[in-house]
Design a binder for this molecule. Structure first.
Ligand code: APR
Ligand code: ZN
Ligand code: ZN
Length: 358
């Protein structure tokens, strides 16, 4: 197998030939057809999410099942699947309480040795996956069968960005028709929040991002108002647009304490702020104590769009098949595995919504 491996913090990924570890009875082997490059992969390389190397990165992918272990009951070779970076084991406390995005199997699958490197060390797959590869071995709980003709590059995005963003609007916040939504950070995930808010029937969607391309794309995806935060305080700009009240829902989709504070300030009294971005593991957020009480705001965390993947992947596929969810517009660039480090550069430079390895 050929894969892109994280070997050292702040260093480029190494694309190399590895030997796959023998799969176990609960594993499936997936031929990867497409993999999106998400900010969380970059966050591993820069220490925002400290994961010990070596680790095959990539957690947003789709492909075809090639082999199944003897205890696998839901998948057969030939099935089309989307990888889920949180397992949905179906039997832990969270899974049986309809909260599979918090599945207790996460830590175990993330630690499984998956491939031997040329230097003899053993690599895990990021979040139990490792989609920056031509093939990956995952637990059955991390592959969701889908039945659709949509292109693989679009299905891959459902594996993380789309589900996280659309799910944040539909599942976590449960945006109501006619409401006003502010989205701080309009990268791949933020664009999906905007689409989720549009699908939910939001009347007004305020997109906040310093990069022109992101604001333009946001407008195409349904944003009604665009704010450049580098041209003045975004909180007061949202207040101006909303009669001084603030937004019914404010989503933070970057993962920084200062923009989480902005999202909280942007929500109206009684409104909801949602933390969709992944902050550094050691970061802390300071919020106004009196305001937390007096303004009666809700602050919601959001992992994987509160998605129940076996329910929501097919739901998002239906929305895409009927043209209500635009996945094509999110694919900015198709690249080869060897270009993955340049995809990180393009992400940081604000040149793309998503690069997809095909
Ligand atoms: N205000 C508004 N937007 C900002 C600001 C700011 N101060 N600073 C950066 N941004 C924008 C960037 O211009 C970019 O468009 O935030 C966006 C981040 O997008 P991406 O880098 O494409 O990241 P994405 O893959 O969308 O992930 C966003 O969600 O899943 C998590 O780990 C991921 O924390 C990350 C977040
Ligand atoms: Zn991701
Ligand atoms: Zn579970």
């Amino acid at each position: 197998m050929r894969a892109a491996v994280y070997v050292e913090q702040d260093q480029p990924l190494v694309v190399e030939e590895l030997d796959a570890v023998e799969p176990g009875p609960r594993d499936v082997v997936v031929q990867i057809a497409a993999s999106g490059v998400c900010h969380s992969d970059l966050s591993v390389t820069n220490g925002t999410l400290p994961i010990p190397p070596p680790c095959i990165l990539g957690h947003e992918g789709a492909g075809i099942v090639d082999w199944v272990g003897s205890e696998v009951s839901h998948l057969v070779p030939g099935d089309r699947v989307i990888a889920t970076f949180v397992p949905a084991c179906g039997s832990c406390w969270y899974c049986i309480h309809d909260k599979s995005n918090l599945c207790e199997g996460t830590a175990e699958t993330a630690m499984l040795p998956r491939a031997k490197r040329p230097n003899g060390s053993t690599a895990v797959g990021f979040a139990g996956l490792g989609t920056f590869s031509d093939v990956m071995t995952v637990r059955e709980s991390q592959a969701v069968k889908v039945d659709t003709e949509l292109p693989a590059e679009q299905l891959a995005l459902i594996g993380c960005g789309v589900t996280t963003g659309v799910g944040a609007a539909l599942n976590t916040a449960q945006v109501e028709p006619g409401s006003t939504v502010a989205v701080i950070g309009c990268g791949g995930v933020g664009q999906a929040v905007i689409q989720g808010a549009r699908i939910a029937g939001a009347a007004r969607i305020i997109a906040i991002d310093p990069v022109d391309l992101k604001r333009k794309t946001a407008e195409q995806q349904g944003a009604t108002d665009l704010i450049d935060p580098s041209a003045g305080d975004p909180v007061s700009q949202v207040q101006e647009l909303t009669g001084g009240r603030g937004a019914d829902y404010a989503f933070e989709v970057i993962g920084r304490p200062e923009t989480i504070v902005q999202a909280f300030a942007t929500a109206r009294r009684g409104g909801t702020a949602v933390v969709v971005g992944m902050p550094r593991i050691d970061s802390e957020v300071t919020l106004p104590g009196f305001g937390m009480f007096y303004d009666e705001k809700k602050l919601l965390g959001c992992v994987y769009g509160s998605a129940q993947v076996r329910r929501d992947f097919p739901r998002f596929i239906s929305l895409a098949e009927t043209g209500r969810l635009d996945l094509g517009a999110m694919v900015s660039r198709r690249i080869k595995l060897d270009e993955v480090n340049d995809a990180f550069r393009a992400m940081e430079a604000g040149e793309v919504i998503r690069s997809v390895i095909v």
